[in-house]
Design a protein around this ligand. Structure first.
Ligand SMILES: Cc1ncc(C[n+]2csc(CCOP(=O)(O)OP(=O)(O)O)c2C)c(N)n1
Length: 345
């Protein structure tokens, strides 16, 4: 398993070359991810947000897989990848709108992220499609396709990896192995020793990485994207991490896992690990820590205020964003809804 920092934050491997500024920025992203996740859960509990998937515990994985990317690269992820999306340039508001059940138009094209996917592993196929499209168009860039351990059992995941390896698509497949797929433990997902071990069977390298070690994730994803960029084909990267919170706000994890298991992973929390390393290295001062915390809270608060000041959505719009050319059935449904709203106004 690739590791650069041990759980105590001590250097045990070769760190990637990063400036103090870049290290501080990545720390800030991790804190923002945790704070955002907690705030979204609180908003949901207050009836101000829809069902939400917290990412607590997966901040190193989420930041480390996105931070090495270039502007021309894409990330296609699931409902738990929003922190990677923020790093890539998607605004907080786009994700908040999505989880509130609104149709968002706030994904900036230069961020190169497709809207978060809920259908497990569907984004893995799309990622290979985007990568092949870029190759045909002669565009630079690689695609990072992200999913959970549960999604690796989908046919889509396996078909996409097979195709990508055969055609040397410029893709990096990243699996956030957070131990659980709702209540299904990782050991019931595959009889393979590791998910990474399945890479060579598809004809691509497989890397097993400590997903709670930001520097290890950064280094391995950098190497895998460099390989894809050079035309040498895809890689499979397994990030071993843990979902410290519930699957979603609709889940109660105490029904299927022990407090001891959770406590053992809390001791491997990625944020204190990285913070301790940065403090020892003199990159983060005692003043920086509360300043960053206050700063991310203010950024999130501003986004919440913008979200809650938005005018109510136009109900007809949901029919307009399905197809470029709406089908007759959709047009009929749209007309029926508008007539109903008019009658009952
Ligand atoms: C095709 C499909 N089947 C089932 C579901 C229901 N479902 C939503 S999340 C989930 C578990 C996914 O686990 P994993 O891939 O490990 O990702 P995690 O939620 O742990 O990040 C399931 C079964 C779905 N969204 N899509």
């Amino acid at each position: 398993m690739v590791q650069v920092l041990n759980p105590a934050g001590e250097l045990v491997g070769e760190p990637p070359e990063l400036s103090p500024e870049a290290l501080r920025t990545m720390y800030r992203w991790m804190v923002l991810g945790r704070t955002f996740s907690d705030r979204m859960v609180a908003l949901q509990r207050q009836g101000r947000m829809g069902t939400f998937a917290p990412l607590n515990g997966q901040e190193a994985a989420s930041v480390g897989l996105a931070a090495p990317l270039q502007e021309t690269d894409w990330i296609l992820g699931s409902y738990r990848e929003y922190l990677s999306y923020f790093v890539k340039g998607v605004p907080l508001l786009a994700v908040m709108e999505t989880y509130k059940g609104l149709i968002t138009d706030k994904y900036p094209r230069p961020a190169r992220c497709l809207p978060v996917q809920v259908v497990l592993a569907a984004q893995i196929h799309h990622a290979v499609g985007v990568a092949m499209g870029m190759r045909y168009e002669g565009e630079p860039g690689v695609v990072v396709a992200v999913c959970g351990d549960g999604a690796t059992s989908e046919g889509d995941f396996n078909e996409a990896l097979n195709y990508a390896a055969v055609f040397k698509a410029p893709v990096v497949f990243v699996v956030q192995n957070n131990g659980w797929a709702i209540s299904t433990p990782r050991r019931q997902q595959t009889a393979a020793e590791t998910i990474a071990a399945r890479g060579p069977a598809f004809g691509m390298p497989g890397h097993l990485v400590d997903g709670n070690d930001l520097l290890a994730v950064y280094r391995v994803v950098s190497e895998a994207t460099a390989r894809a960029r050079a035309g040498d084909g895809p890689s499979l990267v397994e990030l071993v991490t843990y979902r410290l919170a519930a699957h979603t706000t609709a889940d109660d994890p105490t029904k299927y896992r022990s407090p001891e298991e959770v406590q053992a992973w809390e001791a491997r929390d990625p944020i204190p690990r990285f913070r301790s390393y940065l403090q020892t290295a003199g990159v983060l001062t005692d003043d920086d820590i509360p300043r960053i915390e206050a700063d991310v809270k203010a950024e999130i608060q501003a986004a919440v205020e913008t979200l809650e000041a938005l005018p109510p959505p136009d109900p007809a719009r949901m029919f307009d964003v399905v197809f470029a050319q709406p089908t007759p059935q959709l047009q009929q449904q749209r007309a029926d809804l508008l007539a109903f709203l008019h009658r009952t106004a």
